[in-house]
Ligand binder design. Structure first.
Ligand SMILES: [Zn+2]
Length: 248
């Protein structure tokens, strides 16, 4: 490579480096916008609201399931009560019937006792279910109220965040203009490679510091350092893939 070409290669990398610096500056502004106290609180509330909505959905499913169980149980108890009535009436009849046996009487009394026990059991289960429904309903109300409050705060903050963004839009536009004009000074092939590397590294170009890659800190072999000094194209770090810049 002749001295003129070498100078040309250096200028190409200088232009790409300037482009990256402009991008880093724009990223810094975007990062500031993303991390204002209002924005951080907005993100926190967003997560909170999602959790609360999940809790509300779960509770409402639970309540529905409890209510179905309760309906089933109430139905069972009604049937048992109807049978109890029939059997009690039968017992009255048998008592008055002189031909009925002691065994018949005992059997019927046993049935009636069993029915009474099953009814009591059903009523106890229904009470437990009602308790669960009350508990879940109360939690539902509390969560819904909290979510409602969070949503109001969220909406206010969203407006505030949008105002913050709008206030810095001019600044971002100037960064974009600078990037657009700088991109014209960068070799298109170099810029394309830069954008490819950018998919893996936010800052694609690493300066060489003490013969090491400034991105991953790996020592660079002499042959690579020579290549960087003489090439017209791009040399990437073998370890991290960043574009290497600078010759010492
Ligand atoms: Zn590296």
């Amino acid at each position: 490579m002749c001295a003129f070409e070498e100078g040309n290669a250096v200028r190409k990398m200088e232009a790409l480096w300037a482009y990256q610096e402009a991008e880093v500056a724009k990223n810094a502004v975007e990062n500031e916008i993303r991390t204002t106290p209002a924005r951080l609180q907005l993100n926190k509330l967003h997560k909170q609201l999602k959790n609360q909505q999940a809790v509300i959905a779960k509770l409402s499913e639970d309540i529905e399931a409890y209510e179905q169980q309760l309906t089933k149980l109430t139905d069972q108890v009604s049937k048992l009560e109807a049978r109890l009535q029939v059997e009690s009436a039968e017992l009255d009849t048998i008592k008055q019937d002189e031909e009925s046996t002691a065994e018949e009487m005992t059997e019927l009394k046993g049935d009636i006792e069993r029915l009474n026990r099953e009814i009591s059991q059903g009523v106890r289960e229904a009470k437990t279910l009602l308790g669960e429904i009350d508990k879940a309903s109360e939690e539902y109300q509390t969560t819904a109220r909290a979510a409602n409050k969070a949503k109001k705060e969220y909406d206010t903050l969203r407006v505030q965040c949008e105002e913050e963004r709008v206030a810095r839009q001019g600044e971002l536009d100037r960064h974009d203009e600078k990037l657009a004009s700088l991109s014209k000074t960068v070799d298109p092939a170099l810029l394309e490679r830069y954008n490819q590397v950018k998919q893996h590294h936010v800052v694609p170009i690493a300066k060489i510091v003490n013969s090491k890659c400034g991105g991953c800190n790996m020592s660079l072999p002499m042959v690579m350092l020579k290549k960087i000094a003489t090439t017209d194209g791009i040399v990437e770090c073998e370890n991290c893939g960043r574009i290497l810049y600078g010759n010492e």
